[in-house]
Design a protein around this ligand. Structure first.
Ligand code: FE
Ligand code: FE
Ligand code: ZN
Length: 294
């Protein structure tokens, strides 16, 4: 079954119920959210009442809560060995895992981190140590996102991801989130996605893939930039992205759009329409603007 959605907001007053309603307005059957602003660690108290209402609504709309994912804020960096930053990242991630448990979501996506000049090996070691401290304290599964390789990002290739997984004790709680824009920017040819999946399979980590971020890229393959583009409007292109979404080996894995807003409006309703119909909409920008302006 096609599981397609986007990242949606999580607001203080509506919480999971608001996120669900936003996703439904896009025609989505899954979604991803940050439990607060992605750039900071301010988090509002969770309302059990809103969570409960949201879960009832999900049942009505046949949305499986196991398909919904949370993304941790960007400022967490498990690769940085600086004692203050490292300890802060660990304690904040523990809290974030707890928040996922309270809401009832079992998958939390993190960016592995940036080694800030310490080198990949030290960065990877720091990430492993941090995960080994965090995972035993929670039921939440942590998904490592594959990165574009900008700056000193760790996790820009499958070998680095594999090293992290190998070092983690509680392996059944660790997974992978592929991001099509990041893969292309880091140098993988995503137009032949079976080859990419073969590579993951060779490394024995294909079964770890639990979520896919579907984004086009503003930059060419290998650019290491990480700038997302609207579906079908970037260097990856409509056909290749559709092939990733409908790849048989990735069936039932939630696909999440993180494409940019168009003049302040979310593009997801129209991008999801394109995906379901497998038909390129050359008027995406106009359609989005016209729909939300009125
Ligand atoms: Fe991400
Ligand atoms: Fe992503
Ligand atoms: Zn990105």
């Amino acid at each position: 079954m096609l599981k397609i959605g986007s990242h949606v907001s999580f607001k203080k007053d509506t919480q999971l119920l608001g996120s669900l309603e936003e996703a439904l307005s896009y025609g989505a059957n899954t979604f991803m959210f940050y439990t607060g602003a992605p750039q900071n660690t301010n988090r509002v108290p969770l309302s059990d009442e809103l969570t409960l209402k949201a879960k009832e609504e999900m049942k009505k709309h046949k949305i499986d809560i196991n398909d919904i994912v949370v993304h941790a804020p960007y400022i967490i960096n498990l690769a940085n060995g600086d004692e203050n930053k490292y300890n802060f990242s660990i304690s904040f991630l523990k809290q974030e895992c707890k928040r996922c448990e309270i809401i009832g979501i079992d998958k939390l996506i993190i960016h592995p981190g940036s080694h800030v000049g310490l080198g990949e090996d030290v960065g990877i070691k720091n990430i492993i140590n941090a995960l080994n401290e965090i995972l035993p304290t929670t039921k939440t599964n942590i998904l490592l996102e594959t990165m574009a390789g900008k700056g000193s990002e760790v996790g820009k290739n499958f070998e680095e991801i594999k090293k992290i997984i190998d070092g983690v004790g509680e392996k059944d709680k660790i997974g992978i989130c592929l991001d099509s824009c990041h893969l292309s920017d880091s140098g993988y040819d995503v137009s032949d996605f079976d080859k990419i999946l073969d590579k993951l399979s060779d490394l024995n980590i294909l079964s770890k893939v639990k979520c896919i971020h579907i984004n086009d890229s503003k930059n060419v393959c290998g650019s290491k930039k990480d700038r997302h583009e609207n579906f079908g409007y970037g260097t990856i292109g409509f056909g290749s992205l559709i092939n990733i979404i409908y790849n048989k080996r990735l069936e039932n894995i939630p696909k999440i759009l993180e494409t940019p807003y168009i003049e302040g409006f979310p593009p997801y309703k129209f991008e999801i329409e394109m995906i379901k119909e497998k038909k390129y909409n050359k008027n995406l920008k106009e359609d989005v603007i016209n729909f939300y302006k009125n």
